[in-house]
Design a protein around this ligand. Structure first.
Ligand SMILES: Cc1cc2nc3c(=O)[nH]c(=O)nc-3n(C[C@H](O)[C@H](O)[C@H](O)COP(=O)(O)OP(=O)(O)OC[C@H]3O[C@@H](n4cnc5c(N)ncnc54)[C@H](O)[C@@H]3O)c2cc1C
Length: 294
């Protein structure tokens, strides 16, 4: 395993923001993932398992301890059951299962995510008719975890206590090694249609400028109100601090216009919370995790 020192994390997050990891290791097999975690535990170093870095803001002072970048890639199909290592990109699984006529993952087309990150957050998107929410937990059958105590264990879906933007992984430092999904047979063309519609929806509703990077929706939705709508209501759409801007296209996105720091993003987050509390009386909570030192 190649352990590197002082590696900038900005290239390893979709925001393209963040300081350095004291130690950084890329793992490509589950055995190496387990070894890297167990080594950090043995050396009593803090560690952080990183997927695509699509749901985090890393502080400008970086992350102390070891960042373990999960680039495992293997997956297998048995009938309609798909087992994937936790570093596999959801986009790879979506392309593969669509061709096989297996439905269940197509709802998440266009969302940057590894399997591990998807379980951590209970990846979700609107149903094809936009009347309900599809969650990754709907198709999860079981997973193999490296438990907090170092034991490798298979658990079923119930173990995760999934909710909206929530799973047990938020409070317990278990590491997902692999996940098994139970999919259903469908015409490949029907699945492709859902993928196309979802990609179209994203292209229309989300910021598209490739130079303007983000971590997706910054705030959790508040039932009955859209987070983006609340931000618009308090007049902050388009507001910029340093290099960070509340997107003109979708107010729940904060974009890095090129040289944003984590401090800029946090200042915008605090401003949104303050204005929404003051003017509307609601408490906004972040959906993205703030990781490391700011
Ligand atoms: C443009 C854009 C659009 C988005 N749209 C959506 C959307 O529609 N719906 C949605 O739900 N999300 C959306 N997101 C957010 C993001 O894509 C998801 O939350 C995704 O699941 C994050 O996965 P990741 O691999 O990047 O996780 P990371 O950001 O790398 O990590 C997130 C958390 O998961 C933990 N983690 C990662 N791997 C493991 C593992 N193997 N075991 C245990 N913990 C692990 C990390 O330690 C961290 O705490 C969007 C993001 C972007 C940038």
């Amino acid at each position: 395993m190649d352990i590197q020192q002082n590696v900038s994390l900005s290239e390893h997050t979709t925001f393209h923001i963040g300081g350095s990891a004291d130690e950084f290791v890329i793992v490509t097999t589950i055995d190496d993932l387990v070894t890297a975690v167990m080594r950090a535990k043995k050396e009593k170093k803090p560690f952080f398992v990183l997927g695509k870095g699509a749901n985090i803001l890393v502080g400008d002072k970086g992350i102390r301890g070891v960042v373990i970048k999960n680039e495992t890639t293997a997956f297998t199909l048995e009938g309609s059951k798909l087992t994937a290592e936790s570093g596999v990109l959801m986009s790879d699984l979506i392309g593969f299962t669509a061709k096989k006529g297996l439905s269940g993952l197509e709802h998440f087309a266009g969302i940057p995510s590894t399997v591990g990150g998807a379980l951590w957050q209970n990846l979700h998107f609107l149903s094809p008719d936009r009347s309900a929410t599809c969650y990754i937990s709907n198709v999860l059958e079981s997973a193999e975890l490296l438990m907090e105590d170092g034991e490798r264990k298979h658990v079923d879906r119930e173990y995760f206590h999934f909710g909206y933007d929530k799973s047990i992984l938020h409070t317990k430092k278990d590491i997902v090694l692999s996940a098994k999904f139970e999919l259903t047979q469908k015409e490949p063309s029907e699945i492709e249609n859902v993928i196309d519609e979802n990609l179209k929806w994203r292209a229309e509703k989300h910021p598209r400028n490739a130079a303007h990077t983000s971590a997706g929706s910054v705030f959790k939705k508040i039932e009955g109100y859209g987070a983006g709508r609340l931000i618009e209501q308090v007049g902050l759409k388009g507001h910029q601090i340093g290099g960070a801007q509340i997107s003109e296209v979708h107010a729940n996105f904060i974009i890095n216009t090129g040289n944003a720091t984590a401090k800029d993003v946090v200042a915008l987050i605090d401003l949104v919370k303050e204005k929404v509390r003051e003017k509307i009386g609601l408490e906004m909570e972040t959906e993205i995790s703030l990781v490391g030192e700011f």
